[in-house]
Design a protein around this ligand. Sequence first.
Ligand code: PEP
Ligand code: MN
Length: 366
Amino acid sequence: MKAEFGPEAPETRQVIRMAERHPDIRTEVHVIRGSMRTLTEIYLLGPTASISSEPFEEFPAVEKVIRIRERYRTVGRHEGQAEAVGFEYNGVHFSQDSFFLFPGVCAVDTRENLEATFRALRAAGISTTRAGAYKPRTSPYDFQGHGAKCLPWTFELAGKYGIRVIAMEVTSESHVDEIHDALAAAGNPTGVMLQIGTRNAQNFELLKSVGSQQEFPVLFKRGMGITLEESLNAVEYVASGGNHRIVFGLRGMKTNLGDPHRNFVDFAMVPVVKRLTRMPVCIDPSHSVGKRTLAPDGLTDIHHVTAQGVIAGANMVLVDFHPNPEEALCDGPQALTPPELEHFVRDAQLVRDAYLQRLKLKNELG
Ligand code: PEP
Ligand code: MN
């Protein structure tokens, strides 16, 4: 619908009635908040192949009729659909044009370490971070995260250091309630982006439950052993539930062909996901590479793959950081240390600037 016609507008109702006159067609109405404007989209679901788009195109309140061929219709960027889905959360604007670094602990361990982390971030001018309270681990004997009991001081410290958004993994619906309750009890000093980890990429019930709430945006990490198409269909579960505030994360693929990295780095997919969908794209160089090895040029592999994702237009970088990696209870070997943070931040910004200049050059040369 044209921007001035919202979901309740009589014109919108009229289009819905027109659509539902066709046998076996049902409709869904979605409100899409783009970076420039908010649009109401009416989906026709069912046997649409034989329906002519003309009568809809002739309807004055209709901006555009788009025939969807891909199955991920809400997150997808379909033919003629230029508008990307950007969103605002806790004062931070995420879109396919934005750029934020999210350095932080893989898992919250002690109050001292978390405070040292937030202090280092503030010094580096960063107000977006990651912090795991619920850790899905390969072995049941490994540290599983402190769970709900670390949330009160995690949120309190985040507020104290001006953190606006924490990416935090949830592995069950009850974690979302625990996060909501702890944030409310602390007076909402910060925000949380619910992270769906690669191991839960096809946990459809979890996807439906984070999709049916509107409070928190979602960072969906691509499944490590499924196709991109399957991951896009999976993330559609979140969007089809009504929550369109989603960032799509790349974190490497599980295969020995990526050795000696922990996962096969897949950041060549940044522009692909931006082309196929309207979501901002995040990269996770830490879980892709898995260690802090240096290349002969003195930069770590983590720096190098971050640069590869950022030069290709990544909108968000999730990166492990720990003030004392040898004390970390999870993924210490891949964590950046305090002396490395400034270098990492400035290096990433340098590459981001180079990406923006690449866009300028393209526009100059047409
Ligand atoms: C994480 O980010 O802490 C994590 C477990 O990532 P992934 O789901 O990509 O393995
Ligand atoms: Mn980890």
